[in-house]
Design a protein around this ligand. Structure first.
Ligand code: MIG
Length: 651
């Protein structure tokens, strides 16, 4: 049962697709304090709180304060309150109640979950305008399903996007991309995609290709596709200001860019230097920007990733000028402790400066609205621009995922979890973010495997790949100037080959489970507590259920050759060294120490579970979904509901 309550006069987000009439009065369960602009809720002893999509800390969000304020923050530390996305959906779980809450507002919201008062949750707003949806149901899974039906069906990528992708910021030329493909082919490691980061563009201009570095691009795309490898270019939110650049000129002529209070186009800066931001909230501008993806589709491209769409801002022209003026005051002075830190703050706070988000406006649904009021739906509408265009441009599915998101964006694309680091703790973070993303319908998602920033190590890449083979978006990505981390560069390439091959062997299972989750509004990754009413499960933060048959217990600690695993019921342990080399053992419910050498992947088949295993191939499209072996635990192969389709037609 879903009940909707309206507080104030919220700006619509288009997150919800069902027509739901708001009820009179205040939302139940909460204390509503309109003066303090907050809702509060007493938490039960041991009540668990789930949700919020990709955020820091564990699966149970209780014990920290999160702020929905989409931010380009490359340090995903425990102390952070905001990352790139806002998914204002929470689930409360205790003996007394099971409750879902969706807070629908495009502005900034704070979720204090037992931070200020350990037994209280408060949701506070800058403007007390929001639609609050209260969802009750028989179980957490039932509540999630109702929420997901309300926000519409999840984006479905082409099937080849379940293959492995290699990415790196700084593949500077076509030859470098070829050499990556060669490296994989030589090592015999399967690969389906190579991602192109900003380096493929001409001077970082959206929808252009650098002719020198990537001559005859359509030919190159074709050549790679004939090898079975798809190129997936990045698109950035900012449009370079440059006379003669058609996209810039069209945008200016038609008033498609975000404007300042005085009516001039906002001048901000990102990669290309000075840019304008397309007003993705303006329907006409959205349609226009979306139509530009055709430029690359026409060159044979079949997928994209949308970046910097919080939006990230290096500086705005106006703010930078103010800083230059203020710097004058410091010249010739003795920068003592106070002045020195003030100076540092002045210069150090030019990027992603909070005040800059109040310097520009949108034309949204017939109203002029200051950006900060709708900040969290900017990236969502960039991806929506693409998604709506694809529907018109092609019958085929187009790969699309975004960095920034808000509820509703899951209908148009997936997400990757942004600029993590090559830290063991970020492998655990990746594990913990997956169920929260599933809850919100962001099914096609994953993190940068091996870590984006900082130098990685072979063992970290290996353990991370061992988890990554289970995430729909399975991509190794890293930042320029960091250690190269393509799998063929390491010593034990044979192990990497076996691990990635296992992914390809599991494709029929992963694709089936993904499709069932998308079509039936279900979760792909679940915390154990969503299916087992077992006190121990309520506290498990590093094991996940994946689809109907599997439980995962990834190894995420440096130098570990095993880990503790709790089994809420008997399960069959499969210790994979490759898709055909594994041992099986039935383990009784309870605590176990499960051994797994660096090249071994422990996977648990649940009672009644069936795991189909295909013969891996070098490309996902070559995997025969009909030719399967099965690992079963108290089940028959025929019990498994395999989902197949042509993998490319939009459904
Ligand atoms: O500020 O395009 O998250 O994946 O490699 C860096 C360069 C801009 C951020 C993305 C990252 C990408 C990088 N981009």
């Amino acid at each position: 049962m879903i009940r909707k309550y309206r507080i104030g006069n919220p700006i619509p987000t288009d997150a919800v697709v069902e027509e739901i009439i708001a009820l009179e009065g205040e939302p139940p369960f909460f204390d509503c304090d309109s003066e303090g602009k907050k809702l509060s809720l007493k938490l039960e002893k041991k009540e668990r709180v789930y949700g919020l999509g990709e955020t820091v800390r564990g699966i149970n969000k209780r014990g920290w304060c999160y702020i929905s304020n989409n931010s380009d923050d490359p340090y995903h530390l425990e102390e952070k309150r905001s990352l790139y996305a806002s998914q204002n959906f929470l689930l409360f779980d205790s003996d007394k109640r099971k409750l879902g809450v969706f807070v629908d507002t495009p502005g900034i919201v704070t979720f204090d979950i037992g931070y200020t008062d350990i037994d209280e949750m408060t949701i506070s707003f800058e403007d007390f305008d929001a639609d609050i949806y209260i969802i009750e149901g028989d179980s957490l899974l039932d509540i999630v399903k109702q929420f997901r039906q309300m926000i519409g069906r999840s984006y479905i990528p082409p099937r080849w996007a379940f293959g492995f992708g290699q990415s790196r910021w700084s593949y500077l030329t076509a030859d470098e991309v070829r050499s990556v493909a060669d490296g994989y082919d030589r090592a015999g490691i399967p690969l389906d995609m190579i991602y192109l980061d900003i380096d493929y563009m001409e001077k970082y201009k959206d929808f252009t290709v650098d002719e020198k570095a990537f001559p005859n691009f359509p030919e190159f795309v074709k050549e790679m596709k004939e090898r079975g490898i798809r190129l997936v270019p990045i698109i950035d939110a900012g449009v370079k200001i440059e006379e003669g650049y058609d996209i810039y000129e069209e945008g200016v002529k038609n008033d498609y860019f975000c404007k300042k209070e005085n009516g001039e186009n906002l001048v901000a800066a990102v990669w290309p230097g000075k840019v304008h931001f397309p007003d993705f909230l303006n329907e006409k501008a959205r349609e226009w920007f979306g139509s530009k993806y055709k430029i690359l589709l026409d060159q044979g491209i079949e997928g994209f990733w949308n970046d910097m769409n919080e939006p990230a801002i290096f500086y705005t022209e106006d703010h930078l000028n103010e800083v230059f003026e203020q710097i004058e005051d410091y010249k010739g002075k003795n920068l003592d402790i106070r002045l020195f830190f003030a100076f540092k703050e002045l210069v150090g706070s030019i990027d992603n400066n909070e005040a800059d988000y109040r310097r520009f406006y949108h034309e949204y649904k017939g109203r002029r609205i200051r950006h900060d009021k709708v900040h969290n739906i900017f990236g969502y509408n960039m991806t929506r621009a693409a998604g709506e265009a694809f529907e018109k441009l092609t019958d085929k599915r187009v790969l699309m995922f975004s960095r920034s998101s808000y509820a509703g964006m899951h209908r148009y694309g997936g997400v990757w979890c942004g600029d993590n680091r090559s830290w063991w703790s970020h492998l655990l973070l990746n594990i913990q973010q997956m169920p929260a993303l599933s809850m919100c319908g962001l099914l096609y998602s994953g993190a940068d495997i091996g870590g984006f920033s900082a130098d990685t190590t072979e063992d970290l890449v290996m353990r991370w790949t061992e988890f990554g083979i289970f995430t729909p978006l399975f991509r190794n990505h890293s930042a320029e100037k960091t250690r190269n981390q393509e799998l063929y560069r390491f010593k034990n390439t044979e192990d990497f080959k076996n691990i990635v091959e296992l992914r390809y062997a599991l494709l029929p299972y992963l694709y089936s489970e993904f499709m069932k989750a998308a079509l039936n509004f279900e979760m792909l990754f679940k915390p154990l507590s969503f299916e087992y009413e077992d006190e121990r499960c309520a506290e498990i933060e590093d094991q996940l259920l994946l689809g109907e048959s599997l439980m995962l217990a990834p190894i995420y600690r440096q130098n570990a050759t095993g880990r503790n695993v709790y089994l809420p019921e008997d399960m069959k342990l499969i210790r994979f060294r490759s898709y055909k080399d594994y041992d099986e053992e039935i383990l009784p419910a309870g605590d176990h120490y499960v051994r797994a050498e660096l090249n071994e992947i422990p996977v648990f088949v649940r009672r009644g579970g069936v795991l189909p295993i295909a013969t891996p191939k070098k490309r996902s499209t070559e995997v025969d979904e009909k030719d399967l072996k099965f690992i079963c635990y108290e089940a028959q192969p025929g019990d498994y509901d395999l989902y197949t389709d042509d993998g490319v037609t939009r459904i």
